[in-house]
Design a protein around this ligand. Structure first.
Ligand code: BMA
Length: 374
């Protein structure tokens, strides 16, 4: 054996460097150590199972708000989800609460708490339309993206929004002063036409430019190096469609899609199965981490949906995590919105079985993995 080669092997064994572990990220060569470890560990964990996630899990549930330590998932299963989702819409406007009324101060402490307990944190951003000043759901006019890119009349405004986003991310610190890594999921569902950044409201070239611009601004101008980026679409039918608005391998660590059940179990299983099949091959070809970035079946009317419908789909594919959407509870119009059961809900028993399955990873499972360490 060549001496240098032997030396490298010895060093690798001594420092426990697995061949596939990366020392820096393709999206961010200056990513913090904790962020690189998280990335490598998410890759490793793919072989073990799917982490269950839930949006706003610690903030509120059906019939309660801000009760310390409470979570609908914990109430039903005895454990918290492994992935905690949060939303930063409203931060760009200097609001003290996000668009779902969660105070950013509270969010910051939930994030710290989740990190200390070994969870993964992911944040979405339903930012307002910078051109019209209306909500994320205001698609008109089509010039929005052009107006916020360099040279556009709203470029400075958009930069000032990114400054606020960066300030929030930089306020997330662990007990040793280290930045808390976050999976940032901007411009989600970008093949649908309901947000100003998606579908018919812009061209693929425009959203790709905006995605890249946003990332570069956060990294190069604001020095934010503790983010993994999650690129995600809504329903799609082919790899070509999925990749039409993909910003490139240097701009995404995680790739996925959002899916909600609106028809029969069979249709959901077929659609989810097909999309996850495409995702398996895209993730392999591009060396990315596949995830179900949002899912849900509003109101959960089927008492065995978790183990009969969702679990078999997840078991047949590679999925790092699956994030259930928020338990908003009763709405003004009398309807209710929730995506995981609360105590007594018809699917609660089955949900517990689902969470107890060895394929599903909860907070206690991932805490053992020490995701932020080598
Ligand atoms: C949507 C709904 C809205 C919410 C938004 C941002 O899917 O849940 O009620 O305001 O996400 O969290």
């Amino acid at each position: 054996m060549h001496k240098t080669f032997a030396f490298v092997i010895v060093i690798m064994v001594l420092f426990d460097c697995s061949v596939s572990a990366q020392t820096s990220l393709s999206c961010d060569k200056n990513a913090t150590q904790e962020t690189v470890h998280l990335y490598n560990n998410l890759k490793k964990l793919l072989l073990n199972g799917v982490m269950l996630g839930h949006q706003d899990d610690m903030a509120y549930g059906v019939g309660w708000k801000y009760e310390k330590g409470r979570s609908d998932i914990k109430d039903v299963t005895g454990d918290y989800p492994a992935v905690m989702g949060f939303e930063m819409g409203g931060i760009e406007l200097d609001h003290a609460v996000n668009l779902d009324s969660v105070p950013f101060d509270k969010m910051r402490s939930f994030i710290r708490d989740a990190y200390q307990h070994g969870c993964v944190i992911t944040i979405s951003w339903h930012l307002n339309n910078p051109l019209t000043g209306k909500s994320a759901w205001d698609p008109s006019p089509k010039e929005t993206i052009e107006s916020i890119l360099p040279g556009g009349e709203k470029n400075e405004l958009y930069n000032s929004w990114l400054d606020k986003v960066a300030t929030f991310f930089q306020s997330l610190k662990g007990s040793n002063g280290e930045f808390i890594p976050v999976i940032f999921r901007p411009f989600h569902e970008l093949n649908g036409s309901w947000f100003w950044w998606g579908g018919k409201n812009c061209t693929p070239a425009e959203i790709i430019q905006l995605y890249q611009y946003t990332e570069k601004y956060l990294k190069e101008v604001k020095n934010v190096h503790h983010l993994l980026y999650a690129f995600n679409t809504d329903k799609f039918y082919s790899a070509t469609e999925f990749l039409e608005r993909y910003p490139g391998d240097d701009y995404a660590d995680i790739i996925g899609f959002d899916i909600y059940q609106r028809g029969s179990n069979e249709t959901f299983m077929q659609n989810a199965g097909e999309m996850l099949g495409h995702l398996d091959s895209i993730a392999t070809a591009h060396n990315k981490i596949p995830a179900l970035t949002e899912f849900g079946y509003v109101g959960l009317p089927d008492s065995s949906w978790w183990t009969n419908v969702l679990l078999p789909v997840l078991k047949s594919h590679n999925v790092s995590y699956a994030l259930a959407w928020r338990n908003a509870g009763l709405k003004h119009d009398g309807s209710s919105e929730f995506y995981v059961p609360y105590q007594g809900q018809v699917s609660a028993g089955d949900f517990k079985k689902f969470c107890d399955d060895e394929k599903i990873l909860m907070q206690q499972d991932v805490a053992k993995e020490k995701l932020y360490k080598r």
